[in-house]
Design a protein around this ligand. Structure first.
Ligand code: PSU
Ligand code: MN
Length: 336
């Protein structure tokens, strides 16, 4: 081996050792609080790509048994694309990173009493030994603690319509402002105020890029929202370089990569828009507030569209899982 290459290889080995030591030291602090599965732990240790997944979508976002089937399918897509899936959730007060099939079944079971866990909920979950699904914010926070740089979901929370009266702004946005994890999602649902959500992300200093040739920020069910993201990237390698550059500068902000729903599943139609409008109105009329708002609206939209929205939802998450895994693979090759 030429001398230069030899030195490079030693440097990389040192970098890998130092990263896993740092991770080990920080995980020591959380011993007994966070349990990383053997599969995820060894992938992290060896510098292989790992992709985090949220679980509020399982506990509060989809009906049974679609929630379980989708969770299993999404993990499979990530494996097929060369990464290790790490679904995050809390079971009896222990935060799990990487779940067994039985654990996924428990979470997906409507009979399990599950809390929706965002950043503010962790102290109660831990101190009272509770079970629940982590939101985008909750999952980002844990992913970062254990050293997982990429996280895949369907849609993130955002600024709600009617925010002037309710002040309802998802913690997902502030988490993106303070936690260096890349979130791959299909933008935000138009149950939210998409323009204000993008403004808020700008305020939080989050680098937002659409994935594809168009800067039009996707609106979950539809490929375009009419609101422009500041940037677009066209490949998993570009996404990995974006994340890597952010890390090189030591920025502690998240990155949002917005992947439009595949064309054949997109529903620009009036039907979903009308259902969203009706669901937002009935949430207000019924006095739904706080963390109940998003699950209430998601469920109502699904009922009103007779499952049409659920089908699109499942298709886009699987597509995001494919893209997220490819980004994870590219990133692990850049790092080592
Ligand atoms: N949007 C969806 N599906 C979801 C959620 C949002 O289309 O399942 C979930 C995610 O877990 C997200 C959370 O982090 O809802 C946001 O909730 P809130 O608006 O209460 O912050
Ligand atoms: Mn809220």
């Amino acid at each position: 081996m030429p001398k230069g290459r030899h030195i490079l290889s030693i440097c990389r080995r040192f970098q890998r050792w130092s990263l896993s030591t740092q991770r080990w030291i920080s995980l020591k602090k959380e011993e007994g609080v966070i349990k990383v599965s053997d599969e995820v732990a060894s992938a992290l240790h060896e510098g292989r790509p790992v992709v985090a997944l949220e679980s509020t979508i399982i506990t509060h976002g989809m009906p049974h048994p679609d929630n379980l089937n989708t969770a299993l399918d999404v993990e499979e897509v990530i494996r097929q694309n060369g990464a290790v899936p790490a679904t995050v959730a809390a079971l009896k007060g222990i935060i799990h990173v990487g779940l067994s099939r039985t654990e996924l079944e428990i979470l997906a079971d409507p009979a399990t009493s599950s809390i929706k866990i965002s950043r503010r909920d962790f102290p109660i979950i831990l101190s009272q030994g509770l079970t629940g699904g982590t939101t985008v914010a909750g999952t980002m926070l844990i992913a970062h603690k254990v050293g997982i740089p990429v996280f895949v979901t369907g849609g993130i929370g955002g600024v709600h319509r009617g925010v002037m009266n309710t002040w309802d702004i998802s913690t997902d946005l502030t988490e993106l402002g303070r936690t260096p994890v890349a979130v791959v999602s299909s933008g935000v649902k138009s149950i939210l105020d998409i323009g204000k959500t993008l403004e808020y992300l700008e305020t939080e200093g989050v680098c937002v890029a659409t994935f594809g040739p168009d800067k039009n920020f996707p609106a979950f069910f539809s490929r375009t929202s009419g609101f422009m993201a500041p940037y677009n990237i066209v490949s998993a390698l570009d996404a990995a370089k974006l994340i890597d550059s952010r890390n090189k500068l030591g920025l502690q902000t998240g990155t949002l990569i917005a992947v439009p729903i595949p064309d054949e599943f997109s529903a620009e139609g009036k039907e979903i828009e009308q259902a969203i409008q009706d669901a937002v109105n009935s949430a207000r009329e019924e006095g739904i507030v706080g963390k109940e708002v998003t699950p209430y609206i998601l469920n109502k939209v699904n009922m009103l569209t007779r499952g049409l929205s659920l089908k699109s939802n499942i298709a886009l998450i699987k597509n995001n899982a494919r893209v997220g895994a490819q980004i994870g693979v590219e990133l692990s090759q850049l790092r080592f």
